[in-house]
Design a protein around this ligand. Structure first.
Ligand code: ZN
Length: 353
Protein backbone atom coordinates (compact mmCIF):
# COMPACT_ATOMS: atom_id res chain seq x y z
CA UNK A 1 0.00 0.00 0.00
CA UNK A 2 1.55 3.35 -0.97
CA UNK A 3 1.95 5.77 1.89
CA UNK A 4 2.11 9.31 0.68
CA UNK A 5 1.97 12.06 3.28
CA UNK A 6 3.61 15.39 3.71
CA UNK A 7 5.44 17.02 6.57
CA UNK A 8 3.96 20.23 7.89
CA UNK A 9 6.42 22.85 9.08
CA UNK A 10 5.25 23.59 12.59
CA UNK A 11 6.67 24.41 16.03
CA UNK A 12 7.96 21.51 18.16
CA UNK A 13 6.33 23.11 21.22
CA UNK A 14 3.02 24.97 21.43
CA UNK A 15 2.20 25.86 25.02
CA UNK A 16 -0.90 28.06 25.48
CA UNK A 17 -2.35 28.32 29.00
CA UNK A 18 -2.42 30.47 32.13
CA UNK A 19 0.99 30.38 33.81
CA UNK A 20 2.86 29.06 30.75
CA UNK A 21 5.66 31.57 31.30
CA UNK A 22 6.60 29.87 34.58
CA UNK A 23 7.76 26.87 32.53
CA UNK A 24 9.50 28.84 29.77
CA UNK A 25 12.93 27.88 31.13
CA UNK A 26 11.97 24.17 30.85
CA UNK A 27 10.81 24.64 27.26
CA UNK A 28 14.04 26.44 26.37
CA UNK A 29 16.14 23.75 28.08
CA UNK A 30 14.73 21.19 25.60
CA UNK A 31 17.84 19.98 23.79
CA UNK A 32 16.20 20.51 20.42
CA UNK A 33 16.00 24.22 21.23
CA UNK A 34 19.02 25.02 23.44
CA UNK A 35 21.56 22.59 24.86
CA UNK A 36 23.99 25.21 26.19
CA UNK A 37 21.41 27.62 27.65
CA UNK A 38 22.90 30.45 25.58
CA UNK A 39 19.93 32.42 24.31
CA UNK A 40 19.46 35.84 22.77
CA UNK A 41 16.24 37.30 24.14
CA UNK A 42 14.69 40.28 22.36
CA UNK A 43 12.39 42.40 24.51
CA UNK A 44 10.76 45.82 24.33
CA UNK A 45 11.96 48.53 26.62
CA UNK A 46 8.41 48.82 28.02
CA UNK A 47 6.64 45.72 29.32
CA UNK A 48 9.69 43.65 28.37
CA UNK A 49 11.71 45.12 31.23
CA UNK A 50 9.24 43.75 33.81
CA UNK A 51 9.27 40.31 32.20
CA UNK A 52 13.06 40.37 32.12
CA UNK A 53 13.13 40.95 35.88
CA UNK A 54 10.78 38.00 36.37
CA UNK A 55 12.47 35.55 33.99
CA UNK A 56 16.18 36.43 34.20
CA UNK A 57 16.91 34.37 37.38
CA UNK A 58 15.71 31.17 35.64
CA UNK A 59 17.71 31.91 32.47
CA UNK A 60 21.30 32.58 33.59
CA UNK A 61 22.77 31.91 30.13
CA UNK A 62 20.57 34.45 28.37
CA UNK A 63 21.61 37.78 26.91
CA UNK A 64 18.88 40.41 26.76
CA UNK A 65 18.47 42.80 23.85
CA UNK A 66 16.15 45.77 23.92
CA UNK A 67 14.51 46.33 20.55
CA UNK A 68 13.44 49.88 19.74
CA UNK A 69 10.59 49.43 17.29
CA UNK A 70 9.28 47.41 14.40
CA UNK A 71 11.42 48.65 11.54
CA UNK A 72 13.61 46.72 9.15
CA UNK A 73 16.53 48.74 10.52
CA UNK A 74 15.71 47.61 14.08
CA UNK A 75 15.64 43.99 12.92
CA UNK A 76 18.93 44.29 11.01
CA UNK A 77 20.52 45.97 14.06
CA UNK A 78 19.30 43.13 16.28
CA UNK A 79 20.74 40.55 13.88
CA UNK A 80 24.06 42.42 13.94
CA UNK A 81 24.07 42.49 17.74
CA UNK A 82 23.39 38.76 18.17
CA UNK A 83 25.50 37.34 15.37
CA UNK A 84 28.72 37.28 17.44
CA UNK A 85 27.11 35.60 20.46
CA UNK A 86 27.18 31.83 19.70
CA UNK A 87 23.55 31.46 20.68
CA UNK A 88 21.41 28.35 20.31
CA UNK A 89 18.21 30.25 19.67
CA UNK A 90 16.57 33.67 19.62
CA UNK A 91 13.57 34.35 21.86
CA UNK A 92 11.12 37.10 20.90
CA UNK A 93 9.36 38.19 24.08
CA UNK A 94 6.82 40.98 23.61
CA UNK A 95 4.21 42.38 21.22
CA UNK A 96 3.99 41.92 17.47
CA UNK A 97 6.82 44.33 16.64
CA UNK A 98 9.28 42.52 18.90
CA UNK A 99 8.25 39.11 17.56
CA UNK A 100 8.61 40.31 13.95
CA UNK A 101 12.04 41.85 14.64
CA UNK A 102 13.18 38.67 16.40
CA UNK A 103 11.84 36.47 13.59
CA UNK A 104 13.69 38.43 10.94
CA UNK A 105 16.93 38.63 12.99
CA UNK A 106 16.83 34.90 13.80
CA UNK A 107 16.35 34.05 10.12
CA UNK A 108 19.21 36.35 9.14
CA UNK A 109 21.69 34.69 11.48
CA UNK A 110 20.30 31.20 10.88
CA UNK A 111 19.00 30.52 14.40
CA UNK A 112 15.64 29.07 15.45
CA UNK A 113 13.09 31.42 16.96
CA UNK A 114 10.99 30.93 20.08
CA UNK A 115 7.95 33.23 20.03
CA UNK A 116 6.61 34.39 23.39
CA UNK A 117 3.91 36.92 22.53
CA UNK A 118 2.57 39.19 25.26
CA UNK A 119 -0.53 40.24 23.29
CA UNK A 120 -2.76 38.72 20.62
CA UNK A 121 -2.91 41.61 18.16
CA UNK A 122 -2.52 39.53 14.98
CA UNK A 123 -1.70 36.14 13.51
CA UNK A 124 1.98 36.91 12.92
CA UNK A 125 3.01 35.23 16.16
CA UNK A 126 3.47 31.84 14.52
CA UNK A 127 3.51 32.68 10.80
CA UNK A 128 6.34 32.38 8.26
CA UNK A 129 6.15 36.15 7.63
CA UNK A 130 7.79 39.12 9.39
CA UNK A 131 6.08 42.47 8.85
CA UNK A 132 8.48 45.39 9.23
CA UNK A 133 8.43 49.09 8.41
CA UNK A 134 10.89 50.00 5.67
CA UNK A 135 11.67 53.08 3.60
CA UNK A 136 8.77 52.29 1.25
CA UNK A 137 6.25 52.04 4.11
CA UNK A 138 5.79 48.46 5.27
CA UNK A 139 7.08 45.18 3.92
CA UNK A 140 6.38 41.46 4.45
CA UNK A 141 9.48 39.23 4.66
CA UNK A 142 9.47 35.45 4.43
CA UNK A 143 11.07 33.74 7.45
CA UNK A 144 10.98 30.22 8.93
CA UNK A 145 8.13 29.33 11.30
CA UNK A 146 8.98 29.63 15.03
CA UNK A 147 10.38 26.43 16.60
CA UNK A 148 8.27 27.00 19.73
CA UNK A 149 5.37 29.23 20.76
CA UNK A 150 4.62 29.93 24.41
CA UNK A 151 1.58 32.05 25.26
CA UNK A 152 0.82 32.74 28.91
CA UNK A 153 -2.86 33.67 29.15
CA UNK A 154 -2.23 35.40 32.50
CA UNK A 155 0.17 37.72 30.66
CA UNK A 156 -2.43 38.23 27.89
CA UNK A 157 -5.00 39.27 30.53
CA UNK A 158 -2.60 42.10 31.49
CA UNK A 159 -2.07 43.31 27.90
CA UNK A 160 -3.82 46.48 26.69
CA UNK A 161 -7.34 45.39 25.63
CA UNK A 162 -6.96 46.96 22.20
CA UNK A 163 -4.00 44.70 21.36
CA UNK A 164 -5.96 41.61 22.31
CA UNK A 165 -9.22 42.58 20.59
CA UNK A 166 -7.41 43.35 17.35
CA UNK A 167 -6.47 39.67 17.01
CA UNK A 168 -10.18 38.83 16.85
CA UNK A 169 -10.47 40.89 13.65
CA UNK A 170 -7.42 39.18 12.14
CA UNK A 171 -8.71 35.68 13.00
CA UNK A 172 -12.25 36.34 11.73
CA UNK A 173 -10.88 37.79 8.48
CA UNK A 174 -9.70 34.25 7.58
CA UNK A 175 -13.30 33.47 6.59
CA UNK A 176 -13.29 36.25 4.01
CA UNK A 177 -9.77 35.33 2.85
CA UNK A 178 -10.85 31.72 2.21
CA UNK A 179 -13.90 32.95 0.27
CA UNK A 180 -11.48 34.97 -1.91
CA UNK A 181 -9.31 31.88 -2.41
CA UNK A 182 -12.37 29.87 -3.49
CA UNK A 183 -13.36 32.66 -5.87
CA UNK A 184 -9.86 32.66 -7.40
CA UNK A 185 -10.16 28.89 -7.79
CA UNK A 186 -13.52 29.15 -9.58
CA UNK A 187 -12.61 32.06 -11.83
CA UNK A 188 -8.85 31.75 -12.33
CA UNK A 189 -8.23 28.08 -11.64
CA UNK A 190 -5.91 28.93 -8.74
CA UNK A 191 -5.10 25.80 -6.75
CA UNK A 192 -6.54 25.66 -3.23
CA UNK A 193 -4.60 23.84 -0.53
CA UNK A 194 -7.51 22.15 1.22
CA UNK A 195 -5.65 21.50 4.46
CA UNK A 196 -4.45 25.10 4.77
CA UNK A 197 -7.97 26.34 3.99
CA UNK A 198 -9.50 23.98 6.58
CA UNK A 199 -7.11 25.05 9.34
CA UNK A 200 -7.55 28.77 8.63
CA UNK A 201 -11.32 28.54 8.25
CA UNK A 202 -11.83 26.56 11.46
CA UNK A 203 -9.65 29.06 13.34
CA UNK A 204 -11.78 31.94 12.06
CA UNK A 205 -15.10 30.19 12.69
CA UNK A 206 -14.12 29.21 16.25
CA UNK A 207 -13.45 32.84 17.14
CA UNK A 208 -16.50 34.12 15.24
CA UNK A 209 -18.90 31.71 16.97
CA UNK A 210 -17.41 31.81 20.51
CA UNK A 211 -19.84 33.52 22.89
CA UNK A 212 -17.12 34.79 25.27
CA UNK A 213 -15.02 37.92 25.33
CA UNK A 214 -11.45 38.97 26.03
CA UNK A 215 -12.07 38.97 29.79
CA UNK A 216 -12.56 35.18 29.76
CA UNK A 217 -9.62 32.81 29.83
CA UNK A 218 -11.63 30.30 27.77
CA UNK A 219 -12.09 32.80 24.97
CA UNK A 220 -8.43 33.87 25.09
CA UNK A 221 -7.43 30.20 24.77
CA UNK A 222 -9.49 29.83 21.58
CA UNK A 223 -8.28 33.16 20.18
CA UNK A 224 -4.60 32.39 20.87
CA UNK A 225 -4.96 28.92 19.33
CA UNK A 226 -6.76 30.38 16.31
CA UNK A 227 -3.91 32.84 15.69
CA UNK A 228 -1.30 30.08 16.01
CA UNK A 229 -3.29 27.85 13.63
CA UNK A 230 -3.62 30.72 11.11
CA UNK A 231 0.16 30.98 11.08
CA UNK A 232 0.51 27.24 10.54
CA UNK A 233 -2.07 27.39 7.72
CA UNK A 234 0.22 29.90 5.99
CA UNK A 235 3.18 27.54 6.42
CA UNK A 236 1.14 24.68 4.94
CA UNK A 237 0.17 26.66 1.85
CA UNK A 238 3.54 28.39 1.58
CA UNK A 239 2.05 31.89 1.39
CA UNK A 240 -0.39 34.12 3.24
CA UNK A 241 -3.37 33.10 1.03
CA UNK A 242 -5.35 31.26 3.77
CA UNK A 243 -5.39 34.34 6.01
CA UNK A 244 -5.14 37.24 3.59
CA UNK A 245 -7.54 38.35 0.87
CA UNK A 246 -9.50 41.52 0.13
CA UNK A 247 -9.67 42.11 3.92
CA UNK A 248 -5.88 42.42 4.01
CA UNK A 249 -5.64 44.43 0.78
CA UNK A 250 -7.95 46.96 2.45
CA UNK A 251 -5.73 46.86 5.55
CA UNK A 252 -2.57 47.40 3.47
CA UNK A 253 -4.25 50.32 1.66
CA UNK A 254 -5.03 52.00 5.01
CA UNK A 255 -1.35 51.54 5.99
CA UNK A 256 0.06 52.85 2.71
CA UNK A 257 -2.33 55.76 2.07
CA UNK A 258 -2.44 56.95 5.68
CA UNK A 259 0.76 55.74 7.35
CA UNK A 260 0.43 58.20 10.24
CA UNK A 261 -3.21 57.48 10.97
CA UNK A 262 -3.53 53.75 10.34
CA UNK A 263 -5.24 51.74 13.08
CA UNK A 264 -4.19 48.30 14.35
CA UNK A 265 -3.76 45.59 11.70
CA UNK A 266 -6.52 43.39 13.14
CA UNK A 267 -8.95 46.31 13.47
CA UNK A 268 -8.52 47.20 9.80
CA UNK A 269 -8.68 43.54 8.68
CA UNK A 270 -11.91 42.90 10.62
CA UNK A 271 -13.58 45.94 9.06
CA UNK A 272 -12.16 44.93 5.67
CA UNK A 273 -13.55 41.41 6.06
CA UNK A 274 -17.08 42.56 7.01
CA UNK A 275 -17.10 44.89 3.98
CA UNK A 276 -15.58 42.27 1.63
CA UNK A 277 -18.26 39.74 2.66
CA UNK A 278 -20.88 42.36 1.76
CA UNK A 279 -19.17 43.00 -1.59
CA UNK A 280 -19.34 39.31 -2.48
CA UNK A 281 -23.08 39.30 -1.78
CA UNK A 282 -22.80 37.33 1.48
CA UNK A 283 -25.00 39.87 3.22
CA UNK A 284 -26.08 37.71 6.14
CA UNK A 285 -22.51 36.60 6.86
CA UNK A 286 -21.35 40.22 6.62
CA UNK A 287 -24.03 41.39 9.07
CA UNK A 288 -23.20 38.59 11.52
CA UNK A 289 -19.48 39.34 11.28
CA UNK A 290 -20.19 43.04 11.92
CA UNK A 291 -22.39 42.15 14.91
CA UNK A 292 -19.62 40.00 16.43
CA UNK A 293 -16.92 42.60 15.78
CA UNK A 294 -19.14 45.22 17.44
CA UNK A 295 -19.77 42.99 20.44
CA UNK A 296 -15.99 42.83 20.94
CA UNK A 297 -15.67 46.62 20.58
CA UNK A 298 -14.01 46.40 17.16
CA UNK A 299 -14.67 48.87 14.32
CA UNK A 300 -17.06 48.02 11.48
CA UNK A 301 -17.26 51.54 10.06
CA UNK A 302 -14.29 53.69 9.01
CA UNK A 303 -15.43 56.57 11.27
CA UNK A 304 -14.81 54.29 14.26
CA UNK A 305 -11.08 54.37 13.48
CA UNK A 306 -11.05 58.03 12.47
CA UNK A 307 -11.58 57.87 8.69
CA UNK A 308 -14.22 59.60 6.59
CA UNK A 309 -16.44 57.71 4.17
CA UNK A 310 -14.62 59.29 1.22
CA UNK A 311 -11.25 58.19 2.61
CA UNK A 312 -12.58 54.64 2.94
CA UNK A 313 -13.77 54.72 -0.68
CA UNK A 314 -10.23 55.73 -1.67
CA UNK A 315 -8.83 52.87 0.44
CA UNK A 316 -11.08 50.32 -1.27
CA UNK A 317 -10.23 51.72 -4.71
CA UNK A 318 -6.47 51.55 -3.99
CA UNK A 319 -6.55 48.17 -2.23
CA UNK A 320 -6.00 45.88 -5.28
CA UNK A 321 -2.69 47.62 -5.99
CA UNK A 322 -1.29 46.58 -2.62
CA UNK A 323 -1.07 42.88 -3.57
CA UNK A 324 -0.49 42.55 -7.31
CA UNK A 325 -1.32 39.05 -8.46
CA UNK A 326 -3.70 38.24 -5.64
CA UNK A 327 -7.21 37.68 -6.97
CA UNK A 328 -9.96 38.65 -4.52
CA UNK A 329 -13.51 39.97 -4.69
CA UNK A 330 -12.00 43.45 -5.26
CA UNK A 331 -10.16 42.43 -8.45
CA UNK A 332 -13.15 40.33 -9.49
CA UNK A 333 -15.66 43.20 -9.30
CA UNK A 334 -13.16 45.86 -10.46
CA UNK A 335 -15.46 48.61 -9.18
CA UNK A 336 -15.45 52.26 -10.24
CA UNK A 337 -15.33 54.97 -7.57
CA UNK A 338 -19.07 55.58 -7.88
CA UNK A 339 -19.86 51.89 -7.60
CA UNK A 340 -17.74 51.64 -4.43
CA UNK A 341 -19.61 54.64 -2.99
CA UNK A 342 -22.98 53.04 -3.73
CA UNK A 343 -22.07 49.64 -2.32
CA UNK A 344 -20.51 51.23 0.75
CA UNK A 345 -23.76 53.19 1.38
CA UNK A 346 -25.70 49.90 1.11
CA UNK A 347 -23.24 48.21 3.52
CA UNK A 348 -23.74 50.97 6.09
CA UNK A 349 -27.52 50.57 5.83
CA UNK A 350 -27.28 46.79 6.05
CA UNK A 351 -25.21 46.62 9.22
CA UNK A 352 -27.10 49.50 10.92
CA UNK A 353 -25.43 51.95 13.26
ZN1 ZN B 1 -3.43 39.57 9.27
Amino acid sequence: MPVLTRLIPSPVVVDIRPGALDDLACVLADERISHSGKLAIAVSNGSGARLKERLAPALPGASWYEVGGGTLDDAIRLAGDIKAGHYDAVVGLGGGKIIDCAKFAAARVGLPLVAVPTNLAHDGLCSPVATLDNDAGRGSYGVPNPIAVVIDLDVIHEAPARFVRAGIGDAISNISAIADWELAHRVKGEKIDGLAAAIARQAGEAVLRHPGGIGDTGFLQVLAEALVLSGIAMSVSGDSRPSSGACHEINHAFDLLFPQRAAAHGEQCGLGAAFAMYLRGAHEESAYMAEVLRRHGLPVLPAEIGFTDDEFVRVVEFAPQTRPGRYTILEHLDLTTDQIKDIYADYVKAIGS
